[in-house]
Design a binder for this molecule. Structure first.
Ligand SMILES: Cc1cc2nc3c(=O)[nH]c(=O)nc-3n(C[C@H](O)[C@H](O)[C@H](O)COP(=O)(O)O)c2cc1C
Length: 200
């Protein structure tokens, strides 16, 4: 069965503009893949904590040597890793917040970057282990940055996903959403149309 994992990171949860675009992708994908399974991870509804010393300590301890406390500290990370490992398609709502991704999405990224599980180092350098996935990132912005050096969010997200082996990544932008109702409506309409093409 084909599985799609939808990760929303807007503080507005399902009401976020990035979540709305991601939802539209998922609805269109579901029509084309009626037997496909959709798993939703809403990072506003279920916040991912910042990485703490206990969790990182557990990351660095071999599985068979972890204490009960360390197993508890690593449980969420294990769950998030298993969830993304099982996904064939990954849809990410990633609005621009203060030039980057929302901090909950960074916390999520911190939990799925696991040496020996989602990436490893070889003599030739790092090797991503989350391969064979299609990823679509929906980035909504108040201003207009895509394609300019001021867009530091896109290269970061692309670099991070690529490091874990996810290299088939498309970005859909809706920008200028703070430039008035008309511009906002135009940008959302164009992004929805692009979304439909990508999902069909
Ligand atoms: C905390 C916060 C920080 C923001 N920072 C930026 C920014 O750095 N650049 C920008 O263009 N828009 C910024 N915006 C505007 C959002 O990118 C824009 O409203 C986007 O559509 C929000 O997506 P969402 O509704 O999915 O959360 C910010 C909005 C919030 C709430």
């Amino acid at each position: 069965m084909t599985t799609l994992l939808q990760i929303n990171s807007s503080v507005f949860s399902t009401g976020g503009q990035s979540s709305q675009l991601a939802d539209h992708y998922v609805a269109t994908w579901k029509k084309a893949n009626p037997s496909g399974k959709v798993v939703t991870r809403d990072l506003a509804a279920n916040e991912i904590p910042h990485l703490g010393g206990a969790t990182v300590g557990a990351f660095f301890t071999p599985a068979e040597k972890r204490s009960a406390e360390q197993q508890a500290a690593i449980a969420l990370s294990d769950e998030l890793v298993a969830e993304i490992q099982a996904a064939d398609v990954v849809v990410i709502g990633a609005p621009m917040y203060n030039f980057s991704v929302p901090s909950v999405l960074k916390a999520y990224f911190d939990h799925i970057a696991r040496a020996g599980i989602t990436f490893k180092y070889s003599e030739a350098g790092p090797v991503g282990l989350l391969t064979g996935k299609k990823v679509v990132v929906f980035s909504t912005r108040g201003g207009v940055y895509a394609g300019s050096p001021a867009d530091v969010e896109t290269p970061f997200v692309r670099q991070f996903l690529g490091f874990l082996g996810m290299t088939d990544v498309s970005f859909v932008y809706a920008e200028g959403l703070a430039y008035g109702d008309e511009k906002k409506a135009e940008a959302m309409k164009a992004a929805l149309a692009e979304t439909e093409k990508l999902a069909a």
